[in-house]
Ligand binder design. Structure first.
Ligand SMILES: [Zn+2]
Length: 285
C-alpha cells in the first residue's frame, strides 16, 4: 500500500461565520455497526482535575459510521465501523499464528454486533453509491468495515496516521486491497478561527476535515455544513457527550493524553463560539 497526498482544494473561506451563512445541500446519517464496552473512567481521563467524581462504570457504546450525502458530489463515509465478521464472533476476523493466544489472554479487541448491523448492510439498504471513505483514525472499530467495502474508491486519513497490524502474529488485514491510502496534509489547508488549518474537502465549504491529534497522531474530526445546523463529528477526539460537557479528554486507548485534551479544548471553544453547531461524539448518538 502506497501513501499519497490528498489534494486539499483551494477555497475563499477564512471565517466560520461566512461558511455557516452558506449552508450546502449535504446531509449526515449515522449508522450503528456494533457496540463496544468502555469504562467511563478512561473515556474521561480520571487524572483531569474536573474528573474527581467520575466513577468506575462500564458503558456499552455504539461503534459508528457516518454517511455523508452531498447532492452534487455524492456519497461518502466517515469511518467504516465494523464488517459482518463480528456477528456472533466478538473478535471478528482476526488471523495470525498467535491469534488464539491473544484471544485467550483477552488482548484482542472485542465487539458486539447484531444481525444486519454491519456497514455493508447499511450501504446496501440505503442504496449508497460510495465514492470514498474518510477515516478519523486507524483503530479497528473505525476501519474493520473496510474489509466488506469496495476497494476501487479512495480512502483517506490524516497525515502521519499510523497503521498497526502485527503480521504474521496477530492481524486483521483491515486495509487489504487498498493500493493507495490518501493522506490529508493540513499544511496547505485554510487557517480557520479557533480550529486552525482545516481542509475544505469538496472546495465548496460543505465538508471539512479538522486535525485533532492526541487519540492518535493523525486523528481527524469533521464538520458538515448542513442546512439548519452545522454538524461537528468529533469522532474519537471525544468519546461521549459527558466528556464534551465536562471538557475532559480521554485517557484510555489514547496515544498522547495531553494533546488529546488540547484538541478537545479547541472543539469545545469552537462550539461555545458557534452555538448552532450540533455535536456528535465518537461513541454516542
Ligand atoms: Zn473508537
Amino acid at each position: 500500500m502506497k501513501r499519497e497526498a490528498f489534494m486539499v482544494k483551494k477555497n475563499n473561506f477564512n471565517d466560520w461565520k461566512e461558511v455557516f451563512k452558506n449552508p450546502k445541500p449535504i446531509t449526515v446519517k449515522s449508522f450503528i455497526t456494533g457496540h463496544v464496552i468502555i469504562n467511563k473512567r478512561g473515556a474521561l481521563n480520571p487524572d483531569h482535575p474536573k474528573a474527581r467524581n467520575i466513577g468506575n462504570e462500564s458503558l456499552k457504546v455504539p461503534i459508528l459510521a457516518h454517511w455523508i450525502h452531498h447532492q452534487e458530489f455524492g456519497d461518502y463515509l466517515v469511518d467504516a465501523g465494523l464488517d459482518h465478521s463480528y456477528y456472533q464472533n466478538p473478535t471478528g476476523n482476526i488471523k495470525g499464528i498467535f491469534s488464539w493466544l491473544f484471544k485467550k489472554l483477552g488482548y484482542a479487541d472485542e465487539y458486539f454486533q447484531e444481525k444486519n448491523q454491519d456497514i455493508l448492510y447499511h450501504v446496501k439498504k440505503n442504496s449508497i453509491k460510495l465514492k470514498g471513505v474518510f477515516l478519523s483514525h486507524l483503530h479497528s472499530d473505525h476501519m474493520a468495515g473496510i474489509r466488506d467495502l469496495p476497494k476501487d474508491i479512495p480512502y483517506a486519513v490524516g497525515k502521519g496516521e499510523k497503521y498497526i497490524d502485527h503480521k504474521p502474529f496477530f492481524y486483521g488485514d483491515y486495509l487489504n486491497g487498498i493500493e493507495v491510502l490518501y493522506e490529508i496534509d493540513f499544511s496547505k489547508a485554510s487557517n480557520m478561527p479557533i480550529l486552525g488549518p482545516c481542509a475544505d474537502i469538496f472546495g465548496d465549504g460543505s465538508f471539512w476535515a479538522i486535525p485533532t491529534p492526541g487519540h492518535t497522531k493523525g486523528h481527524i474530526s469533521f464538520l458538515v455544513n448542513a442546512p439548519h445546523n452545522p454538524i461537528l463529528l468529533t469522532t474519537d477526539a471525544c468519546f461521549i457527550k459527558l466528556g464534551f460537557e465536562k471538557e475532559i479528554g480521554s485517557s484510555d486507548y489514547t496515544e498522547d493524553i495531553l494533546m488529546a485534551q488540547l484538541s478537545l479544548n479547541n472543539l469545545v471553544e469552537f462550539k461555545k463560539a458557534y452555538k448552532d453547531v450540533k455535536v456528535i461524539c465518537g461513541h454516542e448518538i
